[in-house]
Design a protein around this ligand. Sequence first.
Ligand code: FAQ
Length: 353
Amino acid sequence: MSLSANVECNVDWEAQDDPEKLAAFEARIDQGEIIEPDEWMPRNYRIGMLRMAEHHANSEIVGALPEGEWITRAPSLRRKLALIAKVQDEVGHGQMLYRVSQDLGKPRDQMLRDLIAGKTKYHNVFNYPAPTWADVVAIQWLVDGAAIMNQATLADGSYGPYVRTMKRINMEEAFHFKSGEDMVLTMMGGTLRQRQMMQEAFDRWWAPCLMFFGPPDKDSVKTTPFMRWRIKTATNDELRQRFVDRFAPAALDLGLKIHVTAKDDKGQLKCKADGKPELIEDPELRYNPQTRHWSFSQPDWDEFYRVIRGNGPCNKERVGLRRFSYEQGQWVRSAVLGSTSMPPGADSQARRN
Ligand code: FAQ
């Protein structure tokens, strides 16, 4: 089955599949079998897998942008070479994941158009600014660390092409993470100013990274059915806890502090004289030897929903750059594919001219 262009790809929980085919499919899932694109699958499995792979592909190509801005400003030739390779890897991951999504039935051009029209999402973390080199370090250490943690579980999933792509991507992400570790050690072993820069960047990225794994399980409609079909193999909260258990002690060992925004008695943010939010050490952060887990304060989930709905600090800038890139490629699509379609939003403008 293939979805035609401009079809809305939404999971429909009311949709009924042939009960016999569904039972046979679920028996295969229970046996740990891998599902291939040309085999029968429930409609919601196909759509759910497509949406996840497309969201992932979007995240890779948009995720290359905050770090890409730093290529010309990297502090040494060695760091510059590593950063160029890393950014190139992320775009390559996007390429592979758009291919996986295409095979599930959505044309690539529609995916690129939906991204710049704001119809589809990408990861929350890529809507935050990277104002200093220490932010590049935080991205490679924390965001790549979070990505590996999530993707290691996705590599145990049930859809063959996505699982195989995850295995390949995870090997490359492991290099990015190692580079992040090397850079955070350098920063924290450096001058007072370098350590301060790293702390400020860490403060900017900690909460977005907690949000990286998605909303709390109680608010995640898709987690239970996706776990049933092994599209996901760990819940959002399980992964968030693994992240904190791994990175909270590592950060403290390096001399970093884990901050949260201070609130007054009415739950309103407290601000400093310069208007920036006041930060305090996370009062919930502690290790529980019984559970062997770290407790921590939940991030601001209202901020998460604002950001993923297009109202984060850098959404417009990031999508704007993707639009610019799409428009710049128009002549290639028209020369190679004979495409006459204009970038979304430009159609009415073009017709008027
Ligand atoms: N950001 O019901 P759930 C990388 C949305 S690549 C934005 O829990 P689900 C490499 C979600 O889509 C990182 N939106 O959804 C790199 C859903 O929206 P919908 C990309 C989010 O699917 C590193 C709604 O909220 N990785 O980092 C986020 O069960 C450095 C309800 O959520 C992947 O995409 C979020 N954080 O679980 C590149 C991995 N979380 O569909 C450059 C694959 C949730 O209702 C530099 N994806 N939403 O409109 C997944 O594992 C899952 O899809 C989740 C969400 C965990 C993202």
